[in-house]
Each structure stands twice: as structure tokens, then as C-alpha cells.
Write a protein that binds this ligand. Structure first.
Ligand SMILES: NC(=O)c1ccc[n+]([C@@H]2O[C@H](COP(=O)([O-])OP(=O)(O)OC[C@H]3O[C@@H](n4cnc5c(N)ncnc54)[C@H](O)[C@@H]3O)[C@@H](O)[C@H]2O)c1
Length: 391
């Protein structure tokens, strides 16, 4: 075979090399890897710990993000998850105007079977070795109480129980931020307040329940659903809410849809059913694909980008890092409304989806420090809300 033929020859696909490829863990070629400042792989056989810490960016400050424990199908899935999540944390912190970067960690394992105090302490040792470049917190599969063990090995932890000087459950603050975001979205799209409007809330867990309470107090009518019928019945009794089946929520007649359960709820199947005028809720990654953001704009449904509207909990736990100040946290959480207003104006001006306008603001902020990256480069000017900084 000559050289040209050699270059154009397609690799032979056999079942064995397909399987080998599937099981192979690629690191440098994994999507999102290149964006990262540092990725650390941890293994401690004595306690059965296998974990990955990903630091996406410390440009605006130390990288803060939760520690997820999950029985991943394989190492490649865990790597993909931690890289995607840490990148998202950079955007969320920047959009919230925090002097923080983005990071995340994952522990490979079943939290119901393998989570022990020794394992959590060993995770704390790994976090501590990074000297404060990464600050950890609870996430899926870990609880605030677990971090009492992690805290024994490192001080770079937030979201601790109140008994340990932490701020406890961040969900009510997330719900408060979502509430301010709904108020700003309704004012922009409908030019009115919440009194007498109908809001459809999907998911009545920690965030959804607290949000229902705030909406009810503001005089909104509620339509709710949850896969747990007992929660839906409780909401009907407490907030005079109308209950619908989980699959029926996308087609209800409501002014606002507030997704507070899982991601990808705006997708090819649900979007054609929607007659809402605003989508604004606490769930992460609400759009199945970016394309859906454009379709929402075409249908004149105003979308409050999730990583902007659901940052209340992050704002609260981040405050532990500098010393909790309730008034400051309240002001920052209220600032979510101002940031959204600015994003909506930019999106209207340029005719772009709100998600793209939000990303532009974040990129601007990430590029606007004028200093080299690194936690040490941070200072208090970064704590002003994003909208204020770029206005
Ligand atoms: N808790 C926080 O502070 C916080 C912060 C940022 C983002 N979020 C995101 O907000 C969402 C809700 O978080 P949470 O802490 O309230 O979780 P949660 O587990 O307490 O509540 C979720 C609720 O949704 C219900 N649910 C699940 N699938 C459903 C479906 N198909 N239809 C209707 N209901 C369904 C569950 O039964 C549960 O009651 C998640 O996407 C989470 O990632 C939460």
C-alpha cells in the first residue's frame, strides 16, 4: 500500500475494537476537558475512594462546586459528568456576580452502600491538597451532614450544617431567587405583577414547595404536579392548588411554567404543547438543546436561563466562605431579578435567545477582570451583580 492509500484507508471496525473503544477512558479528548485548568484523579484503596475533582476556572476566584456521589456506569461517564458540571458552575457563579470560579467533584460509588466517614474524610484530604483552589459542598448523593466528616480534613467546605457554623439547607434561598426571577420575567413579558396570574409548578420538593409558598403569598393561582401524589395533595390543601398529572403539566393554561424537578423538560415533545408566556423555574439544564431556546423566542415564550435564576443556593453557601451576612445574601439574591432584566433587554436588542444573551454576559464578565486568572487575582469588585458591572 502506498502512502496516499495508507492515509485514506479507513480503520477496520471489528466487534472487539469497538468494545475496546467503548470501554476506553479517554481524558484529553473528552468533551470539555480542554477548557479546564486542572483535573485531579484520586484513589485511596484503604477506604475505597475513587474520585475526580475538576477545576474549570479560578479566574474570578476559588472554584466552588458540590461533590456528587453516584454509581457511574464507568469512569468515562464520571469524567464527562464532572467536567460538564464544573464548567456550568463557572457560568453560574459569574452570572450571580460572585467572586468565585467553577469546579465540581464526583465520587464513584453508590452512596447508599459505600459512603463511610473514612471515605468522606479521605475526600477531605484530597480537597485540602488543592490548598483552597477548590471549595466543596453537598450535591446529589451527599448531604450537609456528610460534610461534617469532610470538614475534619479540610476547611475548604461550605454548605455545612448550622451546628457547625454553616448556613444549612440552601433550597429556600434557591426558591427565593427563582421567585425574584419570576417577578422580573412577568414584569418584562406581561408588564404586570403576580396577583391573579396562574403559575404551573412542576415538582414540589425542596425548591418547588418553597416557591409555591412565595407565589401563593403574592396572590398567584397555582397548578401543580409531582410524581409523589401525597405532595400534590398537600399543595392542594395548603395553597388551594389545582393538581394535574405529571405528563399534563406542559399543556395547562398558565401564564408561567416553573420547572422545579428535572432537566431537559423543554424538548421536541413538550414544546409544541406549551402555551405559557414565561418559563422560569429552579431546575438545572431545562433546555434539552440550545435550539429550543431559539424556538421559545419564536413562540414569544420568555425563558429565564436556569443557571441565572437558580443561583440563590449558591449565593447562600458561597457566603459561608467570607462570613455569612444575611442582608448581603438577600441583596444578592434579589439581584437575580436585575440580572435577568438586563439579559432580557440584551436578547430583545439583538434578537437572540435569552440563553445566548446570558452566555454573552458571562463571557464578558470572565474576560473583564483584566488580570491573569487565579484565586489570588480576585478582589471585591467582582462581588457586584453582573448587571451592575456591565451596565
Ligand atoms: N436545592 C437547591 O438549592 C437547588 C439549587 C439549584 C438547582 N436545583 C435544581 O432544582 C431542581 C429541584 O431541586 P430540589 O432540591 O427541589 O429537588 P427535590 O428532589 O427535593 O425535588 C424534586 C421534586 O420533583 C419531583 N419530581 C421528579 N420527577 C418529576 C416529574 N417527572 N414530574 C413532576 N415531579 C417530579 C420529585 O418527586 C420531588 O418532589 C433540581 O433540578 C435541582 O438540580 C436545586
Amino acid at each position: 500500500m502506498d502512502a496516499a492509500a495508507l492515509h485514506s484507508a479507513k480503520p477496520v471496525r471489528t466487534r472487539s475494537n469497538e468494545i475496546q473503544k467503548k470501554n476506553q477512558m479517554t481524558v484529553f479528548s473528552t468533551e470539555s476537558f480542554a477548557d479546564h485548568e486542572q483535573v485531579v484523579f484520586i484513589s485511596d484503596d484503604k477506604v475505597g475512594l475513587r474520585a475526580i475533582i475538576a477545576i474549570h476556572s479560578t479566574r474570578l476566584g476559588p472554584a466552588l462546586g458540590g461533590c456528587r456521589m453516584y454509581p457511574y456506569a464507568d469512569e468515562a461517564s464520571a469524567l464527562r459528568d464532572v467536567l460538564r458540571l464544573s464548567r456550568g458552575m463557572t457560568f453560574k457563579a459569574a452570572a450571580a456576580g460572585l467572586g468565585l470560579g467553577g469546579g465540581k467533584s464526583v465520587i464513584l460509588g453508590d452512596p447508599r452502600k459505600s459512603k463511610t466517614p473514612d471515605l468522606l474524610r479521605a475526600m477531605g484530604v484530597a480537597v485540602n491538597r488543592l490548598g483552597g483552589r477548590y471549595i466543596t459542598a453537598e450535591d446529589v448523593g451527599t448531604t450537609v451532614d456528610d460534610f461534617a466528616w469532610v470538614r475534619q480534613s479540610t476547611r475548604h467546605v461550605v454548605g455545612l450544617p448550622e451546628a457547625l457554623g454553616g448556613t444549612g439547607d440552601p433550597s429556600p434561598t434557591t426558591a427565593l431567587g427563582v421567585y425574584h426571577g419570576i417577578v422580573a420575567s412577568v414584569a418584562h413579558r406581561l408588564g404586570c405583577g403576580l396577583q391573579g396570574l396562574t403559575v404551573a409548578v412542576q415538582g414540589l420538593g425542596n425548591v418547588g414547595w418553597n416557591l409555591c409558598r412565595l407565589l401563593d403569598e403574592a396572590g398567584a393561582r397555582l397548578v401543580v404536579c409531582d410524581v409523589d401524589p401525597a405532595l400534590a395533595a398537600r399543595a392542594a390543601a395548603e395553597f388551594d392548588a389545582r393538581i394535574v398529572e405529571p405528563d399534563a403539566i406542559y399543556a395547562v393554561q398558565a401564564d408561567v411554567f416553573a420547572p422545579c424537578a428535572m432537566g431537559a423538560v423543554v424538548n421536541d415533545k413538550t414544546l409544541p404543547q406549551m402555551r405559557f408566556r414565561v418559563i422560569a423555574g429552579g431546575a438545572n439544564n431545562q433546555l434539552a438543546r440550545d435550539e429550543h431556546g431559539r424556538q421559545l423566542r419564536e413562540r414569544e415564550i420568555l425563558y429565564a436561563p436556569d443557571f441565572v435564576i437558580n443561583a440563590g443556593g449558591l449565593i447562600r453557601v458561597a457566603s459561608e466562605h467570607e462570613g455569612f451576612n444575611a442582608a448581603k445574601v438577600d441583596a444578592q439574591v434579589k439581584g437575580i431579578g436585575a440580572t435577568l432584566r438586563r439579559i432580557f433587554e440584551l436578547a430583545d436588542r439583538d434578537g437572540t435567545p435569552t440563553q445566548s444573551a446570558a452566555m454573552r454576559l458571562v463571557q464578558e464578565r470572565l474576560g473583564s477582570t483584566g488580570r491573569p486568572g487565579g484565586a489570588a487575582a480576585n478582589n471585591n469588585t467582582n462581588e457586584r451583580p453582573l448587571a451592575e458591572r456591565i451596565a
